[in-house]
Each structure stands twice: as C-alpha cells, then as structure tokens.
Design a protein around this ligand. Structure first.
Ligand code: 5GP
Ligand code: ZN
Length: 159
C-alpha cells in the first residue's frame, strides 16, 4: 500500500492514512483508504475515508465522494466472499454531530449484517403512518429549490 502524507496531524484518521497511527488497513489508493473500525459493530466493520482531510460532506470533492462509494461497494462484495458472517451490508455515513458523527474526518461505514446481530436503527415515535402527498410535495419543493442554490422558503412564496 502506498504512502500518503499527513495533512492534519491532530486528526486520528489522517495519522492512520499516513501510517503514523496503528490500524488494520485493507485498501489504499490515491484518493481513499479503508481500514477496520476499532470498535466493530459486527466482525468486518470497515471505514472508507478520503485521504485528504475533509471534516464533512459539504467539503468533499465529488470525485473523492464517488470513489468512497465505489470502494465501499467493492468492500461490501469482498465481505460477502470473505468467510465472515455477512448476510447483508449497511453503508452508513454520519454527517454532523446530530447525525452521530464523532470523528470529524468524513468516513463511510461498511457494516456486515446478519439476522440476530443485535444492531439496528431506532425509529422515532409515530413512525410508519406515512405523510400526505401535499406534505411530501411541500418538502420536495424545498429540497428542489435548495438543490438549485436557492433557499426553500423563498421559492415556496414564489409558487
Ligand atoms: P462516526 O460515529 O463518526 O460515524 O464513527 C466514527 C468511527 O470511528 C467509530 O465507529 C469508531 O469506532 C471509529 N474510530 C474512532 N477512533 C478510531 C481509531 O483510532 N481507529 C479506528 N480504526 N477506528 C476508530
Ligand atoms: Zn483527518
């Protein structure tokens, strides 16, 4: 595996990428590095991280984001062939503390899953009743406007 220069010495993932902190690496290329999560949710739990220090999704270059996902998919296939217990896979990315991000160097989790592994997502109270088409359309309009670089509220007033 090639060597990548450290770009933020105060960041544990930057030090791992540069080979200056211990980790069980499985893959490294010019854009991303993958290694075992040190507190695996299930055996085989991996992290794919950009080599360049990037705290959150907003700062992530599109080519690097694409590479993270592609390598995540390749690792998912490798896990299924690995002999580890793997009946399914979760790809998970926490962006921001409210979403559960604890290490502020963006990373994609690749998590092997099997029936009875004990891991899961907790649903909010009242989940499952579904939203009305009107509510969904209102929310969709805000997202669509934001995607165009506008603020959701102003476009709602225009329409
Ligand atoms: P987050 O909650 O930010 O999505 O996930 C951070 C992940 O990084 C956690 O699953 C945690 O176990 C893992 N982690 C934190 N520090 C280290 C470390 O020093 N080495 C490795 N391999 N994983 C780490
Ligand atoms: Zn970093």
């Amino acid at each position: 595996m090639g060597r990548v220069m450290t770009n933020d010495p105060s960041c544990i993932f930057c030090r791992i990428i540069a080979g200056q902190a211990e980790a069980s690496k499985v893959y490294q290329d010019d854009l991303v590095t993958a290694f075992m999560d040190r507190r695996p949710l299930t055996p085989g739990h991996l992290l794919v991280v950009p080599n360049e220090h990037t705290a959150n999704l907003a700062g992530l270059d599109e080519t690097i984001a694409g590479r993270m996902f592609v390598v995540g998919c390749q690792l998912a296939q490798a896990l299924r062939r690995s002999g580890l217990r793997c009946e399914g896979i979760n790809l998970f990315l926490a962006d921001g503390p409210a979403a559960g991000q604890t290490v502020f160097h963006s990373h994609l989790h690749v998590i092997p899953r099997f029936i009875g592994d004990g891991f899961g997502l907790r649903f909010p109270p009242g989940y499952g009743s579904g939203a009305s088409r009107e509510d969904l359309d209102t929310v969709a309009a805000k997202v669509e406007a934001a995607l165009r670089g506008n603020r959701g509220e102003s476009s709602e007033q225009e329409e």
